[in-house]
Write a new protein. Structure first.
Length: 632
Protein backbone atom coordinates (compact mmCIF):
# COMPACT_ATOMS: atom_id res chain seq x y z
CA UNK A 1 0.00 0.00 0.00
CA UNK A 2 2.75 2.43 1.00
CA UNK A 3 4.73 1.69 -2.17
CA UNK A 4 1.65 2.10 -4.34
CA UNK A 5 0.74 5.47 -2.79
CA UNK A 6 4.33 6.65 -3.29
CA UNK A 7 4.09 5.50 -6.91
CA UNK A 8 0.84 7.48 -7.44
CA UNK A 9 2.49 10.62 -6.01
CA UNK A 10 5.44 10.11 -8.38
CA UNK A 11 3.05 9.78 -11.35
CA UNK A 12 1.18 12.94 -10.29
CA UNK A 13 4.45 14.84 -10.21
CA UNK A 14 5.44 13.54 -13.65
CA UNK A 15 2.13 14.83 -15.02
CA UNK A 16 2.40 18.15 -13.17
CA UNK A 17 5.93 18.70 -14.49
CA UNK A 18 4.87 17.76 -18.03
CA UNK A 19 1.91 20.18 -18.00
CA UNK A 20 4.06 23.04 -16.70
CA UNK A 21 6.95 22.17 -19.02
CA UNK A 22 4.64 21.93 -22.05
CA UNK A 23 3.14 25.31 -21.28
CA UNK A 24 6.50 27.03 -20.67
CA UNK A 25 8.14 25.48 -23.75
CA UNK A 26 5.22 26.43 -25.96
CA UNK A 27 5.30 30.01 -24.75
CA UNK A 28 9.08 30.16 -25.22
CA UNK A 29 9.17 28.55 -28.67
CA UNK A 30 5.95 29.77 -30.24
CA UNK A 31 4.80 33.24 -31.12
CA UNK A 32 1.49 34.45 -29.75
CA UNK A 33 -0.02 33.90 -33.20
CA UNK A 34 1.27 30.30 -33.37
CA UNK A 35 -0.05 29.52 -29.90
CA UNK A 36 -3.42 31.01 -30.85
CA UNK A 37 -3.47 28.78 -33.94
CA UNK A 38 -3.50 25.70 -31.67
CA UNK A 39 -6.19 27.20 -29.46
CA UNK A 40 -4.15 28.00 -26.36
CA UNK A 41 -3.83 31.79 -26.61
CA UNK A 42 -5.89 34.83 -27.62
CA UNK A 43 -4.04 37.86 -28.93
CA UNK A 44 -4.87 41.54 -29.32
CA UNK A 45 -7.84 41.80 -26.99
CA UNK A 46 -8.83 44.90 -25.01
CA UNK A 47 -10.37 44.74 -21.56
CA UNK A 48 -13.31 46.52 -20.00
CA UNK A 49 -14.25 46.25 -16.32
CA UNK A 50 -17.84 45.11 -15.87
CA UNK A 51 -17.94 45.40 -12.06
CA UNK A 52 -17.81 42.89 -9.22
CA UNK A 53 -19.50 39.52 -8.75
CA UNK A 54 -19.18 37.54 -5.52
CA UNK A 55 -15.99 39.40 -4.64
CA UNK A 56 -14.33 38.93 -8.06
CA UNK A 57 -13.62 41.70 -10.56
CA UNK A 58 -15.06 40.79 -13.98
CA UNK A 59 -13.26 42.01 -17.10
CA UNK A 60 -14.60 41.46 -20.61
CA UNK A 61 -11.88 41.07 -23.24
CA UNK A 62 -12.82 41.48 -26.88
CA UNK A 63 -11.72 42.26 -30.41
CA UNK A 64 -13.33 42.66 -33.83
CA UNK A 65 -11.79 39.42 -35.17
CA UNK A 66 -13.54 36.17 -34.23
CA UNK A 67 -12.09 34.31 -31.23
CA UNK A 68 -11.66 30.60 -32.00
CA UNK A 69 -10.01 28.93 -29.02
CA UNK A 70 -9.76 25.79 -26.90
CA UNK A 71 -9.78 28.02 -23.79
CA UNK A 72 -13.10 27.31 -22.07
CA UNK A 73 -15.23 28.50 -19.17
CA UNK A 74 -13.51 27.50 -15.93
CA UNK A 75 -9.99 27.55 -17.38
CA UNK A 76 -7.28 29.69 -15.83
CA UNK A 77 -5.62 32.26 -18.11
CA UNK A 78 -2.41 34.28 -17.82
CA UNK A 79 -2.71 37.95 -18.86
CA UNK A 80 0.29 39.71 -20.38
CA UNK A 81 1.34 42.48 -22.75
CA UNK A 82 4.58 41.01 -24.09
CA UNK A 83 6.26 37.98 -22.51
CA UNK A 84 3.65 35.90 -20.65
CA UNK A 85 6.32 34.26 -18.49
CA UNK A 86 7.08 37.65 -16.92
CA UNK A 87 3.47 38.16 -15.85
CA UNK A 88 1.84 36.88 -12.65
CA UNK A 89 -1.69 38.10 -13.36
CA UNK A 90 -4.09 35.16 -13.65
CA UNK A 91 -7.86 34.89 -13.76
CA UNK A 92 -10.64 32.39 -14.47
CA UNK A 93 -12.77 32.39 -17.63
CA UNK A 94 -16.45 32.91 -16.76
CA UNK A 95 -18.06 33.35 -20.18
CA UNK A 96 -17.08 32.90 -23.81
CA UNK A 97 -18.54 34.37 -26.99
CA UNK A 98 -17.48 34.52 -30.63
CA UNK A 99 -15.67 37.85 -30.20
CA UNK A 100 -15.27 38.20 -26.43
CA UNK A 101 -14.23 36.31 -23.32
CA UNK A 102 -14.96 37.27 -19.69
CA UNK A 103 -12.38 36.74 -16.97
CA UNK A 104 -12.78 36.93 -13.16
CA UNK A 105 -9.87 38.23 -11.05
CA UNK A 106 -9.37 37.79 -7.32
CA UNK A 107 -6.72 40.53 -7.16
CA UNK A 108 -6.88 44.14 -8.23
CA UNK A 109 -6.72 44.48 -12.02
CA UNK A 110 -3.92 46.85 -13.09
CA UNK A 111 -4.50 49.43 -15.82
CA UNK A 112 -2.12 47.75 -18.26
CA UNK A 113 -4.34 44.63 -18.18
CA UNK A 114 -7.17 46.64 -19.78
CA UNK A 115 -5.11 47.68 -22.80
CA UNK A 116 -4.17 45.46 -25.75
CA UNK A 117 -3.18 42.18 -24.08
CA UNK A 118 -2.67 38.50 -24.70
CA UNK A 119 -4.45 35.69 -22.82
CA UNK A 120 -2.73 32.31 -22.45
CA UNK A 121 -4.18 29.03 -21.18
CA UNK A 122 -2.45 28.49 -17.85
CA UNK A 123 -1.70 25.40 -15.76
CA UNK A 124 -3.54 25.29 -12.45
CA UNK A 125 -1.15 23.64 -10.00
CA UNK A 126 -3.64 23.56 -7.11
CA UNK A 127 -5.35 20.41 -8.43
CA UNK A 128 -2.09 18.45 -8.29
CA UNK A 129 -1.36 19.71 -4.77
CA UNK A 130 -4.78 18.59 -3.56
CA UNK A 131 -4.32 15.10 -5.01
CA UNK A 132 -0.90 14.77 -3.41
CA UNK A 133 -2.09 16.07 -0.01
CA UNK A 134 -4.99 13.60 -0.05
CA UNK A 135 -2.68 10.68 -0.82
CA UNK A 136 -0.27 11.70 1.93
CA UNK A 137 -3.13 11.82 4.45
CA UNK A 138 -5.41 9.16 3.04
CA UNK A 139 -8.41 8.26 5.21
CA UNK A 140 -9.36 4.70 6.17
CA UNK A 141 -12.08 4.68 3.48
CA UNK A 142 -9.55 5.84 0.89
CA UNK A 143 -7.17 3.06 1.93
CA UNK A 144 -9.99 0.48 1.79
CA UNK A 145 -10.67 1.56 -1.79
CA UNK A 146 -7.05 0.99 -2.79
CA UNK A 147 -7.19 -2.42 -1.08
CA UNK A 148 -10.09 -3.40 -3.38
CA UNK A 149 -8.16 -2.06 -6.37
CA UNK A 150 -4.97 -3.92 -5.42
CA UNK A 151 -6.73 -7.23 -4.54
CA UNK A 152 -5.61 -6.89 -0.91
CA UNK A 153 -9.20 -6.95 0.33
CA UNK A 154 -12.49 -8.12 -1.18
CA UNK A 155 -15.62 -5.97 -1.00
CA UNK A 156 -18.77 -7.21 0.69
CA UNK A 157 -21.50 -8.81 -1.37
CA UNK A 158 -24.40 -6.47 -2.00
CA UNK A 159 -27.23 -6.68 0.48
CA UNK A 160 -30.65 -7.53 -0.88
CA UNK A 161 -31.94 -4.55 -2.87
CA UNK A 162 -34.17 -2.34 -0.75
CA UNK A 163 -37.78 -1.56 -1.63
CA UNK A 164 -37.91 1.84 -3.29
CA UNK A 165 -40.77 4.17 -4.00
CA UNK A 166 -39.25 5.70 -7.14
CA UNK A 167 -39.69 9.43 -7.70
CA UNK A 168 -39.02 9.07 -11.44
CA UNK A 169 -41.34 6.21 -12.39
CA UNK A 170 -40.25 6.41 -16.03
CA UNK A 171 -36.85 4.87 -15.26
CA UNK A 172 -36.29 1.57 -17.05
CA UNK A 173 -35.52 -1.67 -15.22
CA UNK A 174 -31.73 -1.40 -15.57
CA UNK A 175 -31.78 2.15 -14.19
CA UNK A 176 -33.99 1.10 -11.27
CA UNK A 177 -31.70 -1.85 -10.54
CA UNK A 178 -28.70 0.48 -10.55
CA UNK A 179 -30.38 2.74 -7.98
CA UNK A 180 -31.55 -0.17 -5.79
CA UNK A 181 -28.16 -1.91 -5.79
CA UNK A 182 -26.33 1.35 -5.11
CA UNK A 183 -28.55 2.01 -2.10
CA UNK A 184 -28.11 -1.48 -0.67
CA UNK A 185 -24.33 -1.64 -1.09
CA UNK A 186 -22.38 -0.90 2.08
CA UNK A 187 -19.02 -0.26 0.38
CA UNK A 188 -19.26 0.60 -3.33
CA UNK A 189 -21.25 0.08 -6.52
CA UNK A 190 -20.54 0.80 -10.20
CA UNK A 191 -23.04 2.17 -12.71
CA UNK A 192 -21.92 1.43 -16.28
CA UNK A 193 -23.64 4.00 -18.46
CA UNK A 194 -22.85 3.84 -22.21
CA UNK A 195 -23.89 6.62 -24.63
CA UNK A 196 -27.45 7.91 -24.25
CA UNK A 197 -28.47 5.42 -21.55
CA UNK A 198 -29.66 8.02 -19.04
CA UNK A 199 -26.74 7.86 -16.62
CA UNK A 200 -27.41 11.35 -15.23
CA UNK A 201 -31.13 10.64 -14.74
CA UNK A 202 -30.16 7.51 -12.82
CA UNK A 203 -27.71 9.41 -10.61
CA UNK A 204 -30.30 12.12 -9.88
CA UNK A 205 -32.81 9.47 -8.74
CA UNK A 206 -30.11 7.87 -6.60
CA UNK A 207 -29.30 11.22 -4.97
CA UNK A 208 -33.00 11.81 -4.23
CA UNK A 209 -33.31 8.37 -2.65
CA UNK A 210 -30.18 8.85 -0.55
CA UNK A 211 -31.55 12.15 0.77
CA UNK A 212 -34.87 10.42 1.56
CA UNK A 213 -32.88 8.17 3.90
CA UNK A 214 -31.42 11.28 5.58
CA UNK A 215 -28.02 10.58 4.07
CA UNK A 216 -25.54 13.39 3.48
CA UNK A 217 -24.46 13.22 -0.17
CA UNK A 218 -21.26 14.39 -1.84
CA UNK A 219 -21.80 14.40 -5.63
CA UNK A 220 -18.76 15.10 -7.82
CA UNK A 221 -17.36 14.86 -11.33
CA UNK A 222 -14.02 15.64 -12.95
CA UNK A 223 -15.26 18.61 -15.01
CA UNK A 224 -17.22 21.72 -14.05
CA UNK A 225 -19.57 21.07 -16.99
CA UNK A 226 -20.59 17.64 -15.67
CA UNK A 227 -21.01 19.03 -12.14
CA UNK A 228 -23.28 21.81 -13.43
CA UNK A 229 -25.31 19.31 -15.44
CA UNK A 230 -25.86 17.18 -12.34
CA UNK A 231 -26.62 20.22 -10.17
CA UNK A 232 -29.24 21.59 -12.57
CA UNK A 233 -31.18 18.35 -12.43
CA UNK A 234 -30.86 17.73 -8.69
CA UNK A 235 -31.97 21.30 -7.97
CA UNK A 236 -35.27 20.72 -9.80
CA UNK A 237 -36.48 19.08 -6.59
CA UNK A 238 -37.51 22.01 -4.34
CA UNK A 239 -37.33 19.81 -1.23
CA UNK A 240 -33.57 19.27 -1.57
CA UNK A 241 -31.06 21.80 -0.30
CA UNK A 242 -28.05 21.62 -2.61
CA UNK A 243 -24.83 23.65 -2.40
CA UNK A 244 -22.19 23.95 -5.10
CA UNK A 245 -18.54 24.25 -4.00
CA UNK A 246 -15.67 25.72 -5.97
CA UNK A 247 -14.72 28.96 -7.66
CA UNK A 248 -18.07 30.73 -8.22
CA UNK A 249 -16.90 32.15 -11.54
CA UNK A 250 -16.35 28.63 -12.91
CA UNK A 251 -20.00 27.81 -12.34
CA UNK A 252 -22.60 28.33 -15.07
CA UNK A 253 -24.66 31.52 -14.68
CA UNK A 254 -27.88 29.62 -13.94
CA UNK A 255 -26.23 27.80 -11.05
CA UNK A 256 -24.58 30.75 -9.29
CA UNK A 257 -27.43 30.92 -6.77
CA UNK A 258 -26.53 27.44 -5.47
CA UNK A 259 -22.87 28.25 -4.83
CA UNK A 260 -21.45 28.50 -1.33
CA UNK A 261 -20.18 32.00 -2.20
CA UNK A 262 -23.66 33.23 -3.19
CA UNK A 263 -25.35 31.65 -0.17
CA UNK A 264 -22.66 33.21 2.01
CA UNK A 265 -23.41 36.67 0.59
CA UNK A 266 -27.14 36.17 1.19
CA UNK A 267 -26.70 34.92 4.77
CA UNK A 268 -28.18 37.18 7.46
CA UNK A 269 -24.85 37.37 9.34
CA UNK A 270 -22.97 38.60 6.27
CA UNK A 271 -24.17 42.16 6.93
CA UNK A 272 -22.30 42.04 10.24
CA UNK A 273 -19.14 40.94 8.43
CA UNK A 274 -19.51 43.87 6.03
CA UNK A 275 -19.86 46.26 8.99
CA UNK A 276 -16.63 44.79 10.44
CA UNK A 277 -14.87 45.34 7.12
CA UNK A 278 -16.07 48.95 7.10
CA UNK A 279 -14.55 49.44 10.56
CA UNK A 280 -11.35 47.72 9.40
CA UNK A 281 -11.13 50.15 6.46
CA UNK A 282 -11.81 53.09 8.82
CA UNK A 283 -9.15 52.05 11.36
CA UNK A 284 -6.65 51.20 8.61
CA UNK A 285 -7.13 54.71 7.21
CA UNK A 286 -6.70 56.29 10.66
CA UNK A 287 -3.57 54.21 11.29
CA UNK A 288 -1.83 55.92 8.37
CA UNK A 289 -1.58 59.17 10.36
CA UNK A 290 0.68 57.58 12.98
CA UNK A 291 4.20 56.17 12.99
CA UNK A 292 4.48 52.50 12.15
CA UNK A 293 6.82 50.86 14.71
CA UNK A 294 9.39 49.54 12.25
CA UNK A 295 12.78 48.35 13.62
CA UNK A 296 14.18 51.80 12.77
CA UNK A 297 11.83 53.46 15.30
CA UNK A 298 11.13 50.55 17.63
CA UNK A 299 14.79 50.10 18.69
CA UNK A 300 14.03 46.70 20.24
CA UNK A 301 10.97 47.87 22.20
CA UNK A 302 7.98 45.53 22.46
CA UNK A 303 4.42 46.77 21.82
CA UNK A 304 3.72 46.75 25.58
CA UNK A 305 6.86 48.75 26.35
CA UNK A 306 5.90 51.35 23.72
CA UNK A 307 2.45 51.64 25.33
CA UNK A 308 3.94 51.98 28.83
CA UNK A 309 6.34 54.76 27.80
CA UNK A 310 3.51 56.49 25.93
CA UNK A 311 1.28 56.44 29.05
CA UNK A 312 4.10 58.17 30.96
CA UNK A 313 4.70 60.58 28.05
CA UNK A 314 8.37 59.56 28.01
CA UNK A 315 10.91 58.84 25.33
CA UNK A 316 13.63 56.16 25.49
CA UNK A 317 16.62 54.71 23.60
CA UNK A 318 16.94 57.84 21.53
CA UNK A 319 13.27 57.86 20.51
CA UNK A 320 11.45 61.03 21.55
CA UNK A 321 8.16 60.98 23.49
CA UNK A 322 6.11 62.26 20.51
CA UNK A 323 7.27 59.35 18.29
CA UNK A 324 6.61 56.88 21.13
CA UNK A 325 3.05 58.21 21.44
CA UNK A 326 2.53 58.10 17.69
CA UNK A 327 3.70 54.47 17.58
CA UNK A 328 1.42 53.63 20.52
CA UNK A 329 -1.57 55.04 18.62
CA UNK A 330 -0.58 53.01 15.53
CA UNK A 331 -0.42 49.87 17.71
CA UNK A 332 -3.87 50.64 19.20
CA UNK A 333 -5.45 50.94 15.75
CA UNK A 334 -3.60 47.87 14.49
CA UNK A 335 -4.87 45.79 17.43
CA UNK A 336 -8.42 46.91 16.63
CA UNK A 337 -7.92 45.89 12.99
CA UNK A 338 -6.55 42.49 14.07
CA UNK A 339 -9.42 42.06 16.52
CA UNK A 340 -12.02 42.69 13.81
CA UNK A 341 -10.24 40.32 11.41
CA UNK A 342 -10.48 37.64 14.12
CA UNK A 343 -14.21 38.37 14.47
CA UNK A 344 -14.62 38.18 10.68
CA UNK A 345 -12.84 34.83 10.56
CA UNK A 346 -15.06 33.39 13.32
CA UNK A 347 -18.22 34.64 11.63
CA UNK A 348 -17.10 33.31 8.23
CA UNK A 349 -16.52 29.91 9.81
CA UNK A 350 -19.94 30.02 11.51
CA UNK A 351 -21.77 31.01 8.29
CA UNK A 352 -19.99 28.38 6.19
CA UNK A 353 -20.65 25.69 8.80
CA UNK A 354 -24.36 26.59 8.90
CA UNK A 355 -24.70 26.49 5.09
CA UNK A 356 -22.91 23.13 4.79
CA UNK A 357 -24.85 21.64 7.73
CA UNK A 358 -28.18 22.70 6.18
CA UNK A 359 -27.29 21.19 2.78
CA UNK A 360 -28.57 17.73 1.89
CA UNK A 361 -26.26 17.51 -1.11
CA UNK A 362 -22.85 19.06 -1.75
CA UNK A 363 -21.79 19.11 -5.40
CA UNK A 364 -18.29 19.91 -6.61
CA UNK A 365 -15.47 18.82 -8.88
CA UNK A 366 -13.34 16.02 -7.46
CA UNK A 367 -10.60 18.54 -6.73
CA UNK A 368 -12.91 20.98 -4.90
CA UNK A 369 -13.98 18.17 -2.56
CA UNK A 370 -10.64 18.91 -0.86
CA UNK A 371 -11.75 22.43 0.13
CA UNK A 372 -11.48 23.40 3.78
CA UNK A 373 -15.19 24.31 3.93
CA UNK A 374 -16.12 20.59 4.09
CA UNK A 375 -12.95 19.26 5.74
CA UNK A 376 -14.86 18.27 8.90
CA UNK A 377 -18.05 17.10 7.15
CA UNK A 378 -18.89 13.41 7.28
CA UNK A 379 -20.68 12.14 4.17
CA UNK A 380 -22.72 8.96 4.02
CA UNK A 381 -22.04 8.50 0.32
CA UNK A 382 -19.89 9.96 -2.47
CA UNK A 383 -21.50 9.70 -5.92
CA UNK A 384 -18.94 10.31 -8.66
CA UNK A 385 -19.83 10.89 -12.30
CA UNK A 386 -17.29 10.74 -15.18
CA UNK A 387 -15.46 8.08 -13.13
CA UNK A 388 -14.04 6.46 -16.28
CA UNK A 389 -12.39 9.77 -17.23
CA UNK A 390 -10.93 10.35 -13.77
CA UNK A 391 -7.48 9.32 -12.51
CA UNK A 392 -7.17 7.33 -9.30
CA UNK A 393 -5.52 10.20 -7.36
CA UNK A 394 -8.39 12.49 -8.39
CA UNK A 395 -11.27 10.12 -7.61
CA UNK A 396 -9.78 9.30 -4.21
CA UNK A 397 -10.41 12.88 -3.01
CA UNK A 398 -14.23 12.52 -2.76
CA UNK A 399 -14.06 8.79 -1.95
CA UNK A 400 -11.89 9.48 1.11
CA UNK A 401 -14.60 11.71 2.58
CA UNK A 402 -17.53 9.26 2.57
CA UNK A 403 -18.62 5.99 4.15
CA UNK A 404 -19.58 4.48 0.74
CA UNK A 405 -19.05 5.44 -2.88
CA UNK A 406 -20.82 5.02 -6.21
CA UNK A 407 -18.89 5.38 -9.48
CA UNK A 408 -20.65 6.08 -12.78
CA UNK A 409 -18.99 6.02 -16.18
CA UNK A 410 -18.15 4.02 -19.31
CA UNK A 411 -14.67 2.49 -19.59
CA UNK A 412 -15.38 1.74 -23.27
CA UNK A 413 -15.07 5.46 -23.99
CA UNK A 414 -12.19 7.90 -23.50
CA UNK A 415 -9.89 7.52 -20.48
CA UNK A 416 -8.32 10.49 -18.62
CA UNK A 417 -6.08 12.65 -20.80
CA UNK A 418 -2.46 12.13 -19.68
CA UNK A 419 0.31 14.26 -21.18
CA UNK A 420 3.41 12.70 -19.65
CA UNK A 421 4.72 9.48 -21.18
CA UNK A 422 6.12 8.63 -17.73
CA UNK A 423 2.64 8.96 -16.18
CA UNK A 424 0.76 6.83 -18.73
CA UNK A 425 -0.30 4.42 -15.94
CA UNK A 426 -2.70 7.12 -14.71
CA UNK A 427 -4.88 6.24 -17.71
CA UNK A 428 -5.92 3.08 -15.82
CA UNK A 429 -8.94 4.21 -13.81
CA UNK A 430 -10.45 2.90 -10.60
CA UNK A 431 -13.76 2.38 -12.44
CA UNK A 432 -12.16 0.11 -15.05
CA UNK A 433 -10.17 -1.79 -12.42
CA UNK A 434 -13.14 -2.46 -10.13
CA UNK A 435 -15.63 -3.36 -12.88
CA UNK A 436 -13.23 -6.00 -14.23
CA UNK A 437 -12.42 -7.44 -10.80
CA UNK A 438 -15.94 -7.32 -9.34
CA UNK A 439 -18.51 -7.42 -12.18
CA UNK A 440 -21.18 -8.46 -9.64
CA UNK A 441 -20.79 -4.99 -8.09
CA UNK A 442 -21.96 -3.27 -11.28
CA UNK A 443 -25.07 -2.60 -13.34
CA UNK A 444 -25.10 -1.92 -17.09
CA UNK A 445 -27.68 0.65 -18.20
CA UNK A 446 -28.87 -1.19 -21.30
CA UNK A 447 -31.48 1.03 -22.98
CA UNK A 448 -30.19 3.91 -25.10
CA UNK A 449 -32.35 6.96 -25.84
CA UNK A 450 -30.07 8.88 -28.21
CA UNK A 451 -29.84 7.43 -31.68
CA UNK A 452 -31.56 5.60 -34.50
CA UNK A 453 -31.28 1.85 -34.00
CA UNK A 454 -29.19 1.40 -37.16
CA UNK A 455 -26.60 3.84 -35.78
CA UNK A 456 -26.52 1.92 -32.53
CA UNK A 457 -25.92 -1.51 -34.03
CA UNK A 458 -22.19 -1.20 -34.83
CA UNK A 459 -20.95 0.24 -31.51
CA UNK A 460 -23.28 -2.14 -29.68
CA UNK A 461 -21.83 -5.26 -31.32
CA UNK A 462 -18.23 -3.99 -31.35
CA UNK A 463 -17.93 -2.51 -27.85
CA UNK A 464 -20.87 -3.70 -25.72
CA UNK A 465 -21.26 -7.39 -26.66
CA UNK A 466 -24.69 -6.69 -28.16
CA UNK A 467 -26.20 -5.99 -24.72
CA UNK A 468 -27.70 -2.59 -25.55
CA UNK A 469 -31.20 -1.98 -26.86
CA UNK A 470 -32.79 1.08 -28.43
CA UNK A 471 -35.88 2.56 -26.83
CA UNK A 472 -38.93 2.28 -29.10
CA UNK A 473 -39.48 6.05 -28.98
CA UNK A 474 -36.30 6.78 -30.96
CA UNK A 475 -35.72 3.51 -32.80
CA UNK A 476 -36.55 4.90 -36.24
CA UNK A 477 -35.84 8.63 -35.89
CA UNK A 478 -34.33 10.18 -39.02
CA UNK A 479 -33.76 13.49 -40.78
CA UNK A 480 -37.16 13.05 -42.40
CA UNK A 481 -38.68 13.99 -39.03
CA UNK A 482 -36.98 17.40 -39.30
CA UNK A 483 -36.92 18.26 -43.02
CA UNK A 484 -37.93 16.84 -46.39
CA UNK A 485 -35.03 14.53 -47.15
CA UNK A 486 -34.78 12.34 -50.24
CA UNK A 487 -31.80 10.42 -48.85
CA UNK A 488 -33.05 8.12 -46.09
CA UNK A 489 -29.69 6.47 -45.33
CA UNK A 490 -28.83 6.69 -41.63
CA UNK A 491 -25.12 5.92 -41.85
CA UNK A 492 -22.85 6.44 -44.85
CA UNK A 493 -19.17 6.35 -45.78
CA UNK A 494 -17.61 8.69 -48.33
CA UNK A 495 -14.52 7.03 -49.78
CA UNK A 496 -11.72 9.42 -50.73
CA UNK A 497 -9.24 6.75 -51.88
CA UNK A 498 -9.68 7.57 -55.58
CA UNK A 499 -9.93 11.34 -55.21
CA UNK A 500 -7.18 13.53 -56.62
CA UNK A 501 -4.73 15.16 -54.16
CA UNK A 502 -6.20 13.22 -51.27
CA UNK A 503 -3.17 13.15 -48.95
CA UNK A 504 -2.58 13.56 -45.23
CA UNK A 505 -0.05 16.29 -44.44
CA UNK A 506 1.78 17.78 -41.47
CA UNK A 507 1.62 21.52 -41.01
CA UNK A 508 4.95 23.17 -40.22
CA UNK A 509 6.33 22.26 -36.74
CA UNK A 510 3.26 20.17 -35.93
CA UNK A 511 2.82 16.48 -35.14
CA UNK A 512 -0.86 16.65 -36.05
CA UNK A 513 -2.30 15.95 -39.52
CA UNK A 514 -4.54 17.74 -42.01
CA UNK A 515 -6.35 16.50 -45.10
CA UNK A 516 -7.61 19.36 -47.27
CA UNK A 517 -9.76 17.17 -49.53
CA UNK A 518 -11.62 15.81 -46.51
CA UNK A 519 -11.95 19.30 -45.02
CA UNK A 520 -13.64 20.56 -48.19
CA UNK A 521 -15.96 17.56 -48.29
CA UNK A 522 -17.03 18.04 -44.65
CA UNK A 523 -17.84 21.71 -45.26
CA UNK A 524 -19.80 20.86 -48.45
CA UNK A 525 -21.80 18.24 -46.56
CA UNK A 526 -22.58 20.61 -43.68
CA UNK A 527 -23.67 23.36 -46.11
CA UNK A 528 -25.88 20.89 -47.97
CA UNK A 529 -27.80 20.06 -44.79
CA UNK A 530 -28.05 23.70 -43.74
CA UNK A 531 -29.54 24.54 -47.16
CA UNK A 532 -31.94 21.66 -46.66
CA UNK A 533 -33.22 23.39 -43.51
CA UNK A 534 -31.20 21.74 -40.73
CA UNK A 535 -30.10 24.22 -38.05
CA UNK A 536 -26.31 24.62 -38.06
CA UNK A 537 -26.38 24.04 -34.30
CA UNK A 538 -27.68 20.51 -34.97
CA UNK A 539 -24.62 19.58 -37.03
CA UNK A 540 -21.24 18.60 -35.62
CA UNK A 541 -17.96 17.87 -37.38
CA UNK A 542 -15.48 15.65 -35.55
CA UNK A 543 -11.86 14.90 -36.36
CA UNK A 544 -9.30 13.10 -34.19
CA UNK A 545 -6.64 15.61 -35.29
CA UNK A 546 -6.51 19.14 -33.84
CA UNK A 547 -4.95 20.69 -36.96
CA UNK A 548 -7.81 19.33 -39.10
CA UNK A 549 -10.30 20.74 -36.57
CA UNK A 550 -8.60 24.15 -36.85
CA UNK A 551 -8.56 24.00 -40.66
CA UNK A 552 -12.27 23.14 -40.96
CA UNK A 553 -13.44 25.54 -38.22
CA UNK A 554 -11.84 28.49 -40.03
CA UNK A 555 -14.15 27.84 -43.00
CA UNK A 556 -17.52 27.14 -41.34
CA UNK A 557 -19.80 28.31 -38.53
CA UNK A 558 -20.73 24.69 -37.73
CA UNK A 559 -19.24 23.36 -34.48
CA UNK A 560 -15.99 21.48 -35.13
CA UNK A 561 -14.13 19.69 -32.35
CA UNK A 562 -11.79 16.82 -31.60
CA UNK A 563 -13.24 13.55 -30.31
CA UNK A 564 -12.35 14.59 -26.75
CA UNK A 565 -14.23 17.86 -27.25
CA UNK A 566 -17.43 16.03 -28.18
CA UNK A 567 -17.41 13.44 -25.37
CA UNK A 568 -20.71 13.67 -23.49
CA UNK A 569 -22.31 15.62 -26.37
CA UNK A 570 -24.74 14.80 -29.17
CA UNK A 571 -25.93 16.27 -32.49
CA UNK A 572 -28.64 15.38 -35.00
CA UNK A 573 -25.96 14.96 -37.70
CA UNK A 574 -22.32 14.05 -37.13
CA UNK A 575 -19.70 14.23 -39.89
CA UNK A 576 -16.37 12.54 -39.10
CA UNK A 577 -13.15 13.38 -40.92
CA UNK A 578 -10.72 10.49 -40.29
CA UNK A 579 -7.86 12.42 -42.06
CA UNK A 580 -5.35 9.56 -42.50
CA UNK A 581 -4.61 8.77 -46.15
CA UNK A 582 -1.38 6.94 -46.95
CA UNK A 583 -0.31 3.82 -48.88
CA UNK A 584 1.11 2.13 -45.75
CA UNK A 585 -2.16 1.74 -43.86
CA UNK A 586 -0.83 3.85 -40.97
CA UNK A 587 -3.69 5.24 -38.90
CA UNK A 588 -1.77 6.43 -35.80
CA UNK A 589 -3.85 7.06 -32.75
CA UNK A 590 -7.04 6.19 -34.61
CA UNK A 591 -5.99 2.75 -33.34
CA UNK A 592 -7.36 3.77 -29.93
CA UNK A 593 -10.83 2.34 -30.58
CA UNK A 594 -12.31 4.14 -27.57
CA UNK A 595 -11.96 7.32 -29.65
CA UNK A 596 -13.87 5.67 -32.47
CA UNK A 597 -16.61 4.62 -30.04
CA UNK A 598 -17.04 8.19 -28.80
CA UNK A 599 -17.00 9.70 -32.30
CA UNK A 600 -19.64 7.43 -33.85
CA UNK A 601 -21.99 7.59 -30.85
CA UNK A 602 -22.49 11.37 -30.93
CA UNK A 603 -25.00 11.21 -33.83
CA UNK A 604 -28.76 10.92 -33.31
CA UNK A 605 -30.21 10.72 -36.84
CA UNK A 606 -27.35 10.72 -39.35
CA UNK A 607 -23.69 9.68 -39.33
CA UNK A 608 -21.33 10.39 -42.23
CA UNK A 609 -17.76 9.11 -42.16
CA UNK A 610 -15.26 10.63 -44.59
CA UNK A 611 -12.05 8.69 -45.14
CA UNK A 612 -9.68 6.68 -47.28
CA UNK A 613 -11.05 3.13 -47.37
CA UNK A 614 -7.70 1.61 -48.33
CA UNK A 615 -5.90 3.23 -45.38
CA UNK A 616 -8.61 2.53 -42.80
CA UNK A 617 -9.01 -1.11 -43.83
CA UNK A 618 -5.62 -1.89 -42.27
CA UNK A 619 -7.48 -2.02 -38.94
CA UNK A 620 -10.00 -4.84 -38.45
CA UNK A 621 -12.57 -2.68 -36.61
CA UNK A 622 -12.40 0.20 -39.10
CA UNK A 623 -12.72 -2.32 -41.94
CA UNK A 624 -15.96 -3.61 -40.38
CA UNK A 625 -17.20 -0.03 -39.83
CA UNK A 626 -16.48 0.98 -43.44
CA UNK A 627 -18.28 -2.11 -44.74
CA UNK A 628 -21.21 -1.47 -42.39
CA UNK A 629 -21.49 2.17 -43.50
CA UNK A 630 -21.10 1.48 -47.23
CA UNK A 631 -23.62 -1.35 -47.44
CA UNK A 632 -26.10 -0.45 -44.70
Amino acid sequence: MKRYIEKLITLINYEREEEISTMINEIKKMTGHERESIGRAINGVKGKKLGKELGYTIVQYGRSKRINTEINVGDMVLVSTDNPLKSQLTGSVTEKGTKYIKVAFEKKVPRWALKKVRLDLYVNDITFKRMEDNLNNLSIKGRNTLEYHLNIKNPNKNNNPVYINFIDETLNDSQKNAVANSLSSNDFFLIHGPFGTGKTRTLVELIYQEVRQNHKVLATAESNTAVDNLLERVALNPNINVTRLGHPQRVSKDNIKYTLAHKFEEHKLNAKIQSYYNLIDEYTEERKFYTKPTPQYRRGLTDNQIKQYSAKNRGTRGVDAETIQSMARWIDYNEKVDDFYTKVKKLEYKITKEIIAASDVIVSTNSSAALESISDTKFDVAIIDEASQTTIPSVLIPIAKAHRFILAGDHKQLPPTILSNDAYELEKTLFESLIKKYPHKSQLLNIQYRMNDKLMQFPNSEFYEGLLKTDDSIKNISLNDLVDNDDDTIISFIDTSCMENNHEKHLRDSKSFVNRVEASLCIELANKYIEMGINEGDIGIISPYSDQVKLISELTEVEVKTVDGFQGREKEIIIISTVRSNPNGEIGFLNDLRRLNVAITRAKRKLIIVGNKDTLNSNRTYKKLVKNAMYN
